[in-house]
Ligand binder design. Structure first.
Ligand SMILES: CC(C)(COP(=O)(O)OP(=O)(O)OC[C@H]1O[C@@H](n2cnc3c(N)ncnc32)[C@H](O)[C@@H]1OP(=O)(O)O)[C@@H](O)C(=O)NCCC(=O)NCCS
Length: 253
């Protein structure tokens, strides 16, 4: 371990088989297991399990990209990989066989069950639950306590994952039924039960969810009378300038 700059608190346990980058900080009582690769400039707070062994990983490592922050009491199994700038809230659970891009946010209490593809700049808010075989596109935002399901006849061995296409928004406390596709730039209203595919750039809402309008029909509730969607026109917080500049060049015209 001598060649690494690892600030490890006295109560943390770091396997000598793990590969740890430069400038990595590991909090009290955290365990870094054997089959783990951690990039540079990563902070892992206290009481985390990083690379929890499981036979379901088929021996693949847990890979955490550069410049990541994993907050306290989080559990990551071995066998998943995350690009740079991963950020979690507290107490997240992340299982094996997830392939995620860069700049993923996993909010407090999220539960990612594994075997899932996640694009770049995805935002998962508090308590979101992502089941096996989900496929989440770039810039998707899934809000608090929403669930992507996968078993149409529980309990069964059928796995029909949900696909959420890029820039789509799933508002708070939605349930998306197995095998459903949410179209690009679509919006699922709060508290919806989605049992049919959602067309791109449309708003659906309710139980069961029904077509409400085009996303372009919704106006921001700030008195400005501006269109609320595509949201990339006015909401830039947390995205790098090169990306928001590109959005501005598209939507200013
Ligand atoms: C979908 C949404 C944006 C629509 O808002 P809106 O443009 O103000 O729409 P309105 O409230 O005028 O509703 C239009 C119609 O759709 C229905 N509707 C809207 N949202 C609905 C919802 N979530 N569930 C069921 N029906 C809904 C309304 O009942 C109304 O139908 P009506 O004309 O027959 O009465 C809003 O309901 C929503 O879900 N916002 C997201 C909140 C959220 O979760 N934020 C993220 C976390 S903070």
């Amino acid at each position: 371990m001598e060649e690494f700059t690892v600030a490890t608190n006295a109560t943390a346990i770091v396997s000598s088989k793990a590969s740890i980058g430069l400038n990595v900080n590991i909090g009290d009582f955290t365990i870094i297991f054997d089959n783990v690769v951690i990039g540079d400039n990563v902070s892992i707070q206290s009481h985390c399990l990083i690379g929890q062994p499981t036979p379901l990983s088929n021996g693949e490592p847990l890979i955490i990209g550069n410049d990541s922050l994993i907050r306290s009491h989080s559990v990551f199994y071995e066998g998943s990989q995350f690009g740079s700038k991963l950020m979690t809230g507290h107490r997240v659970t992340v299982r094996e066989k997830i392939e995620a891009g860069e700049n993923l946010m996993i909010g407090t209490h999220c539960d990612l069950q594994g075997h899932t593809k996640i694009g770049d700049y995805v935002r998962l808010y508090t308590g979101a639950q992502i089941n096996h075989a989900s496929n989440i596109g770039d810039f998707v935002r899934i809000y608090h306590y929403s669930v992507l399901t996968n078993d149409p006849n529980p309990p069964s061995n059928i796995v029909l994952g949900v696909k959420v296409n890029k820039f789509a928004v799933i508002a708070t406390m939605c349930c998306i039924l197995p095998g459903i596709q949410i179209g690009e730039n679509a919006l699922v209203g709060a508290g919806s039960l989605v049992r049919k595919d959602v067309e791109p750039e449309t708003v659906v809402a309710g139980v069961p969810a029904k077509y409400i309008c085009r996303t372009s029909d919704i106006v921001l509730k700030d008195g400005s009378n501006q269109k609320a969607y595509p949201w990339m026109r006015h909401f830039h917080r947390g995205y790098p300038k090169e990306i928001t500049d590109e959005w501005m060049s598209i939507y200013d015209n």
